[in-house]
Design a protein around this ligand. Structure first.
Ligand SMILES: C[S@@+](CC[C@H](N)C(=O)[O-])C[C@H]1O[C@@H](n2cnc3c(N)ncnc32)[C@H](O)[C@@H]1O
Length: 213
């Protein structure tokens, strides 16, 4: 990470991290969109899968419970959320590798993953680091691989346009709200990007993008 580069933790401020799970569960009804993401990521037994920016591990745990016969890694840059994720997985006896690392400098060799899945992380990165991250995801995926991304996107109705005003000023979500994510995914090398599903939430409209190598 470059000097002066800001790292944005799960709820923007480190002291708010303990509130992340309750807010997502009760405020954003994360179960709905995370379950949809897991069920539509074309997961198969034996695959190697990365949850990028895994945070407190809720999605990572759902992936492993959905299909225990995959090799699963959860990467995040914040040791505090990784500690929460590890305890949650240990409590239910799941075998997941947790790693500290930055999304735009992935510590993996080329063509090493079948699937990369990421939820609500990309809007934490500057435009430059979003593109670097998508290039890194493209690099670590096998040629048959897929990138399944869920994050804020360009609102498609008046209600979502209004709630998006707040999130577009917070963190680095402006690129998302302006609809730049699919363009960046193409720039990183992905041949086909499918906007598979939209979810309205109290913080804005989430879009699920399926990107093919
Ligand atoms: C809003 S949380 C989402 C967590 C989880 N994926 C979810 O859906 O609940 C965003 C996460 O991205 C992580 N993050 C932010 N910048 C990152 C970076 N450059 N590299 C890796 N993780 C990063 C934060 O630490 C945080 O855990």
């Amino acid at each position: 990470m470059k000097k002066n580069e800001k790292y944005i933790p799960a709820l923007n401020q480190n002291w708010l991290t303990p509130l992340y799970d309750p807010l997502l569960k009760w405020g954003m009804r994360e179960e709905t969109f995370k379950r949809y993401l897991v069920e539509h990521s074309h997961l198969e037994a034996g695959q190697k899968v990365l949850d990028l920016g895994c945070g407190t591990g809720t999605l990572t745990i759902q992936i492993k419970q959905f299909l225990p016969q995959i090799e699963l890694f959860g990467l995040d840059g914040d040791p505090a959320v990784l500690q929460i994720a590890r305890s949650k997985a240990d409590a239910v006896g799941l075998d997941i590798e947790w790693e500290k690392g930055l999304a735009y400098e992935l510590p993996y060799p080329p063509a090493s993953y079948d699937r990369v899945i990421s939820s609500l992380m990309i809007h934490h990165l500057t435009a430059q680091n979003k593109l670097k991250t998508f290039c890194e995801v493209f690099r670590v995926l096998k040629p048959s691989g897929e990138f399944h991304l869920l994050d804020f996107g360009k609102p498609t109705n008046l209600g979502m346009r209004l709630v998006s005003i707040l999130i577009s000023r917070l963190e680095e979500a402006g690129d998302n709200i302006r609809g730049l994510i699919p363009i960046m995914l193409h720039q990183a090398g992905f041949s086909e990007i499918i906007e598979s599903k939209h979810f309205n939430t109290v913080f804005g409209e989430l879009i699920y993008y399926q990107s093919l190598y």
